[in-house]
Design a protein around this ligand. Sequence first.
Ligand code: ZN
Length: 289
Amino acid sequence: MGGTLRNITISRNGTGWHVSFGVATGAEPAPPLDRPGCGVDFGVAASAYVSTEERPRLMPRTLSTSEQARLKHLEQKKARQIAYAKKHQGGRYSNRLRRTIEQIAKIEARQANRRRDFTHKLTTDLAKNHGYVGIEDLSVRNMTKSAKGTAEQPGSKVRAKAGLNRSVLDNCPGERRRQLDYKCRMYGSELRVVPAFHTSNTCGNPDCGRVDPKSRPGCGRVFVCVHCGFEDDADHNAAVEIHSRARRTGGSVINSTRRRPSASSPGQVRRRMRETQPPVPGGNGNRSR
Ligand SMILES: [Zn+2]
């Protein structure tokens, strides 16, 4: 396996059984890449804007039209079968209902694989082709988001959703950051995490750089600086700001893969996470490299 076996994980999803091996290879980080850096703004779950590019990178559709139709059909079937089971069988699941549930799980697992594929290709490309990669530190925002969700919805529902639909986490900020963290070390790039405050309200014009919420009219797709008139796609403007924060390595970078040694034990990871940030869902899986 190319190193010491640390752990084995056996799991099952809609497509079958899986086994993964955690191996300590003892590999040293690659020598620094001699390439320009970049900043990345991760928009909604399905896109990323790289500061040095003209267009956002969009996640392709994860289900075809016919797969979507089939999924809808199966979900209706499931609802019908559950209603029937409640009425006639005291809520006991029939074999037919179980089969429907399995078929739904299979489609959702396929969808999750495609999402995961997008995230992996994106983070590999970023780490392989840039001297450093700047991203926002979103742990604070994440926490408020999930806390809000818990307050509005019953706790059980939130937990059920997290457990059943783990697929959503395949492209979450914590997962992207986890992948960038180890891939940057692997390919000789450097992950620089910058503070997230006002990145979307800061003017990307190097001669201006003023912060004003009014520059985002209606929080739309366009950024128009109210001070200098600079215009840009809002997400690209944010990526440029993240890039410039990552470039000034001094006080503006709060975490860098070059500054901190790689975490070596799960205990260390947990301790570090307690010290530096609240736990991110899906973001603490440092062990499964
Ligand atoms: Zn400006």
